[in-house]
Ligand binder design. Structure first.
Ligand SMILES: CC(C)(COP(=O)(O)OP(=O)(O)OC[C@H]1O[C@@H](n2cnc3c(N)ncnc32)[C@H](O)[C@@H]1OP(=O)(O)O)[C@@H](O)C(=O)NCCC(=O)NCCS
Length: 192
């Protein structure tokens, strides 16, 4: 009996290996990506050329979400779009980031009965780190970085690096500005 089980497991493993090779030869990953992007393009308010939305991304009410060109939205990003979300060009959003344009009235007797919508705007060339949270009504200026795990509770001027909870601008150790036209980072000198 054990011999049969082991044989079956080996056979299945072999079949999977062959399937993976065939998939690679036929470039099925590329096709899957094309289909996934076409699916989102049809549902979003707008999605620019060369943008990629990776698997397992969740976007509620995508008809209120605009995504620019050359953006990458990684696995498990969660977006609540009903208040309106605009994402610029060349934006990177890492895994498990959450962006919400909708909340509830914290003063209400029953939160469930209230829905508060506030638009979110993310400028060009913004990088949002893994697990960051962007709250309703926030604007993030172009060229900014939101560090992994930061919770952004206030709007962010262009070229700012935000870290922590609640998110604060880090102006001591980290890159604080760059020439956006040349794409060159300007690092502030550190004292250690
Ligand atoms: C914010 C970030 C870009 C800074 O990178 P960096 O300039 O190389 O920063 P360093 O590692 O030199 O750290 C500098 C300081 O900032 C702190 N820091 C760095 N990232 C931080 C973060 N996300 N939250 C809080 N503090 C952070 C470090 O502890 C260090 O503080 P110290 O000097 O007091 O010890 C980076 O840490 C980050 O969060 N990247 C996101 C990575 C990610 O999400 N990847 C997924 C795929 S894109």
């Amino acid at each position: 009996m054990q011999l049969i089980m082991e044989g079956t497991a080996r056979l299945l493993e072999g079949i999977f290996r062959v399937a993976v090779h065939v998939g690679r030869i036929l470039r099925l990953g590329f096709v899957r990506r094309l289909v996934r992007n076409a699916w989102w393009k049809a549902r979003l308010q707008a999605m620019g050329d060369e943008s990629t939305i990776y698997p397992f991304v969740m976007i509620h009410e995508p008809e209120h979400v605009r995504i620019g060109a050359r953006c990458a939205i990684a696995e498990f990003v969660h977006i609540w779009g009903s208040g309106g979300i605009t994402i610029g060009n060349d934006v990177l959003i890492a895994s498990h980031a959450a962006i919400t344009s909708v909340t509830h009235d914290p003063k209400a007797r029953c939160f469930r009965e209230t829905t508060v919508r506030k638009a979110v705007e993310i400028g060009d060339n913004v990088w949002i780190g893994a697990g960051a949270i962007i709250l309703p009504g926030i604007s993030i200026g172009m060229g900014s970085i939101i560090g992994a795990g930061a919770v952004v509770t206030k709007s962010v001027p262009p070229g700012t690096l935000i870290v922590g909870v609640p998110g604060k601008a880090n102006t001591e150790h980290l890159p604080v500005g760059k020439d956006l036209h040349k794409g060159i980072w300007v690092r502030r000198s550190t004292q250690h």
